[in-house]
Design a protein around this ligand. Structure first.
Ligand SMILES: [Zn+2]
Length: 261
């Protein structure tokens, strides 16, 4: 969490919730301004405390929200507080929070280029850009599932443990992180990478990184992730080369998932 981030939920839950509400409004506006959503598309959420999720409501432009428009739901998706209705896509958020205790923020949007790949049935899993491999790994494509149904959560379920951003067939993208800022940044990275990948398609040629270079990046990614995890737990990040290598070895090079699936 950055220094400007919300205070601890434990030390000051009211102040933390107020700041999380403002954060959701801010990133929602950014999604809208960048054209990552149209009309009332998309949703954002933050894990508020153990059993409560703060989320955007249904039927609202992400560019027009106020902090008081947000809703709090429990882990079954039932409304705990708020005047508006819960989004039908809340099930996707709850699935991710259930499967990934490390995740505190989720962003779902329909950015046009990445969603174009998802509609063409093409995953973004080619190692074309070194920074994307280090920061995000590969971006897989989940099977299609009707929004708001268990079909959609069942399609995502096998991919959630191993990846931090997923293309959803004929639908959009979901990205998640240790806080909402990270989740949003991952969404931006996915769309930016999709634009680059599209240019390679237009040029008619792709030259993915070779296995040796990819292996170095996977090691660097393991180091980066170990550091991030240690930081998140307020511990010393010196885990030793052996452990970093072991973490990298658990990650198959063909899809560089975040961790063992
Ligand atoms: Zn959607």
């Amino acid at each position: 969490m950055s220094e400007s981030g919300p205070p601890s939920v434990l030390s000051n839950p009211m102040a933390a919730e107020r700041q999380y509400r403002e954060q959701i409004v801010r990133y929602g506006r950014m999604l809208h301004e960048r054209g990552f959503v149209a009309a009332t598309d998309g949703n954002l959420s933050v894990r508020l405390r153990e059993n409560h999720i703060l989320s955007t409501p249904t039927c609202m432009s992400k560019g027009e929200m106020r902090p008081s428009d947000l809703v709090v739901v429990d882990m079954e998706g039932r409304l705990v507080s708020g005047k508006r209705k819960v989004s039908s896509e809340i099930g996707m958020h709850l699935l991710i929070y259930r499967l990934r205790p490390d995740i505190q923020g989720i962003v779902h949007a329909h950015p046009p280029t990445a969603t174009g790949f998802a509609a063409a049935g093409v995953p973004l899993n080619q190692p074309l850009v070194c920074e994307v491999v280090i920061g995000l790994g590969s971006i897989p494509l989940a099977k299609y599932g009707t929004p708001g149904t268990t079909e959609l959560t069942e399609a995502l379920e096998p991919l959630v443990p191993g990846f931090d951003a997923i293309l959803m067939s004929n639908h959009g993208v979901v990205a998640y992180g240790a806080d909402l800022e990270q989740a949003y940044m991952k969404m931006e990275t996915v769309e930016h990478f999709a634009r680059i990948a599209l240019v390679t398609h237009q040029l008619g040629h792709q030259k993915p990184l070779g296995e040796a270079d990819l292996e170095k990046l996977v090691l660097a990614r393991a180091k980066y992730m170990n550091g991030a995890q240690a930081d998140a737990h307020g511990q010393d990040s010196g885990n030793g080369q052996g452990r970093k290598k072991a973490a990298a070895e658990r990650q198959p090079l063909e899809d560089f998932p975040r961790r063992r699936v």
